[in-house]
Design a protein around this ligand. Structure first.
Ligand code: ZN
Length: 268
């Protein structure tokens, strides 16, 4: 599933391409036909990402809400418009670009109270300037659940996904099983700052890299990682491979229904 940095990149891209103009909206597949009809011809005022949620704000206080989920994907291009291929839930046409959306978990039109309700159920998003990490900490320190699960809880930290959760814990040298109650304010501030920096880099690069300079392929004279998610990481999907810091085999186990990876030595 795309993590928050991808959604923030999409929000920026869609703002550049479409904001300030009336746009045409349709649902070639038909499942979003009534929603598209509500927005068709309106001016897109602005776009916004909140965690893994993408919001397109239209004139007249209507908001398009998209959650890509596991399979959702945007494609875009310049005219001429291609024939819709596959299940195109939404097609958006602006002054000089078109945008297709396939396979999202959510694609719906919200009115202001529903947008507020969505914001209210999301935790602090490290990529937003209005994020309040103290609110996240209040939730974390009152929970005995493992930190790994708390970081993935979107009502605590919005936008943090599997890769960032695994990697930020490695970088902090924390066991993923550390209970939330063990994280004091200093510990949380350090984790939050690191997560924020990593995610900002993810927005800038369009991929997730989490290794320090001394552990890059160039510095270690090793082959770059080959993985469909791309970036250089310490533990995510490196099960059985040597830890880049201590050489111990990276461990893997299910936790809260998600794949947890960690170094048993670096993260005692
Ligand atoms: Zn290690």
């Amino acid at each position: 599933m795309p993590e928050g940095h991808t959604i923030h990149r999409l929000a920026t891209r869609h703002r550049e391409l479409f904001a300030g103009h009336p746009v045409r909206l349709a649902s070639p597949q038909g499942r979003f036909a009534s929603g598209a009809a509500l927005l068709d011809g309106r001016v897109l005022r602005d776009t916004e990402a909140y965690g893994k949620h993408l919001l397109h704000h239209y004139e007249g206080d209507r908001t398009l809400h998209v959650h890509l989920g596991l399979y959702g994907k945007f494609t875009e291009g310049e005219p001429p418009l291609p024939e819709p291929v596959g299940q195109v839930r939404m097609r958006m046409i602006g002054p000089a670009h078109w945008l297709d959306l396939r396979g999202p978990t959510a694609c719906e039109v919200l009115e202001p109270p529903a947008v507020e309700a969505l914001r209210a159920r999301l935790g602090a998003d490290p990529l937003r300037d209005d994020a309040d990490p103290a609110r996240s900490h209040t939730r974390i320190r009152s929970s005995t659940k493992p930190l790994f699960a708390l970081l993935l809880d979107q009502s605590i930290v919005a936008g943090c996904g599997l890769i960032y959760a695994n990697e930020v814990l490695f970088r902090a040298g924390l066991s993923p099983l550390t209970p939330g109650t063990a994280i004091d304010r200093e510990g949380w501030t350090a984790l939050w700052d690191d997560l924020r920096a990593l995610m900002k880099e993810g927005v800038a690069r369009g991929r997730i890299d989490t290794v320090h300079t001394q552990h890059t392929p160039e510095a270690m004279r090793r082959a770059p990682r080959v993985d469909r998610h791309g970036g250089e990481v310490y533990v995510y999907r490196r099960f059985g491979q040597p830890c880049l810091v201590c050489g111990t085999d990276v461990a893997r186990g299910p936790l809260a229904g998600r794949n947890l990876y960690w170094c048993p030595v670096c993260q005692k």
